[in-house]
Design a protein around this ligand. Structure first.
Ligand code: NAP
Length: 304
């Protein structure tokens, strides 16, 4: 039985772990994948104070090392359910379904996963030119033609990264760009970047590998074919929270509803980071949420 089990080891979960051990709690940090969450797939982070410009994976490693220096226990486990009991919570895990993890308090910090467009050719060409991770697959784009779909911060930042390698980058934005104006300006100023606002990707085409993206103008219905060898989807995120749906703590979109102390309606269950209902999803706000959640959990445990 751990005092506190944190599910998800992105910036929110790792910060909660740091604050948890510093409150003298026994803390177990769980993740189905390597620590870091979404930032592992982020080429450049420019708005985490004190770090200047830093590669996302590098920042993830620094945060993880910090947790290890303070004695946080980490394990690779995929939590599939959280069941409240008399003394705390039983966390069922896919890797060992008959041996649940026991916790007095739980913090859900499972973040989000990239949304898919659900258009023709997407499943077939996934991994054959179509990707959701420029950091992972960008190297193959050197001197090639690339399409990026989306107009949020992820699309714009990864399009900037890809524009340093590719011969051309076409950014498809279904309405207008919603990323930070400074990043949008940087993108538009690149000679090899074309931003097409008001255009949707309607099909990914190619026999064995991606050869083109069929696009449609939202206003006129006009269709065009953009030849490319690589395409990246950055069309938003979905919360990774289905494993706590039974607790009744999610909103209609699947985000965890929390109070100002990151507490949910289930005593002893807290949540933080991108998986909660909130306005600003940034590394710095995830870390802030994590600190608040861990302190609230420590206080709750003291009075439990
Ligand atoms: P996002 O901000 O939700 O943007 C999603 C983009 O995809 C929007 O342009 C949206 O268009 C478009 N889109 C959604 N569904 C679509 C569809 N079916 N077809 C075509 N386009 C579609 O997602 P994100 O860029 O992944 O960012 C997620 C969160 O992380 C945001 O809060 C963001 O600010 C944050 N983030 C921050 C940083 C940073 O500050 N350095 C970096 C990355 C991400 P509409 O606008 O028309 O809906």
């Amino acid at each position: 039985m751990h005092d506190l089990v944190i599910i998800g080891s992105g910036p929110a979960g790792m910060t909660a772990a740091i604050y948890g051990v510093r409150s003298n709690l026994s803390v177990l940090l769980l993740d189905r994948l390597a620590p870091g969450g979404q930032i592992v797939n982020t080429s450049e982070i420019q708005n985490y104070p004190g770090m200047g410009t830093i590669n996302g994976a590098e920042l993830a490693i620094k945060m993880y090392q910090h947790t290890q220096e303070l004695g946080v226990e980490f394990d690779y486990l995929t939590v599939t359910g959280v069941t409240p009991g008399e003394k705390g919570f039983s966390l069922t895990c896919a890797e060992r379904p008959d041996d649940p993890v026991e916790a007095r308090a739980v913090i859900v910090a499972t973040g989000t996963t990239p949304r898919t467009l659900e258009v023709e050719g997407e499943d077939r060409l996934r991994g054959n030119g179509l990707s959701w991770c420029a950091v992972c697959d960008g190297a193959a784009c050197r001197d090639q033609d690339v399409v990026v779909v989306g107009g949020g911060n992820s699309a714009v930042e990864e399009a900037l990264f890809l524009s340093e390698l590719a011969s051309s980058v076409t950014v498809l934005v279904r309405r207008t760009m919603r990323a930070d104006p400074a990043s949008c300006d940087r993108l538009r100023s690149r000679d090899n970047v074309t931003v097409m606002e008001g255009w949707n990707a309607v099909a990914f085409e190619g026999a064995a590998c991606l050869e083109s993206v069929r696009v449609r103008c939202a206003a006129t219905g006009e269709e065009r074919q953009i030849a490319c060898q690589h395409a990246f989807e950055y069309v938003g995120l979905e919360p990774v929270t289905s494993f706590v749906a039974d607790l009744g703590i999610l909103d209609d979109a699947g985000y965890v509803v929390v109070n100002s102390g990151m507490g949910t309606t289930v005593p002893g269950v807290f949540a933080c980071g991108d998986c909660i209902e909130k306005d600003l999803r940034q590394v710095v706000t995830a870390c802030s949420d994590g600190a608040v959640a861990a302190r609230a959990a420590a206080r709750w445990l003291k009075n439990a």
